[in-house]
Design a protein around this ligand. Sequence first.
Ligand code: HEM
Length: 133
Amino acid sequence: MELSGQTVKVNKPRPVNLDLQTIRFPLTAIASILHRVSGVITFVSVAILLWLLGLSLSSPEGFASAANIVDSFFVKFVLWGVLTALFYHIVLGVRHLLMDMGYFEEMDTGIASTKVSFAIVAVLAIFAGGLVW
Ligand code: HEM
């Protein structure tokens, strides 16, 4: 095998698949990655939401400023995303804790519990939309 000018000896030629279009993550892996992403989103947003709460409780003017900030479509959309990420983190977190107790460890039950969790999060995302708008 030629590697930047050097010849490297390999015992067996190994199969190489670097065609990313043919590599598919299992549903459970996607759920796990999204759980980490939703945890980071929740972590960052807690600081912003606490600042907003502090502002709204500071004075009547502060409350008016906070209400004014939240009054735009963009901020409402971000708030909806944050709430959905939090719901995702909680629902998939509970699934994770159940797996720690020995449930849904097989591939078929793991995929089934992921699908059920996604469905619950979808319902909660609609609920979050109702809360925000
Ligand atoms: C302010 C609230 C929360 C924040 C900021 C937060 C953030 C995080 C972060 C950053 C991780 C690490 C993810 C990783 O490295 O893969 C994590 C893991 C985890 N969180 Fe949360 N979390 C919160 C609330 C919750 C709640 C309410 C639950 C309830 C079920 C939960 C369940 C879990 C579990 C089970 C893990 C471990 C996942 C693993 O081992 O892969 N979290 N959380």
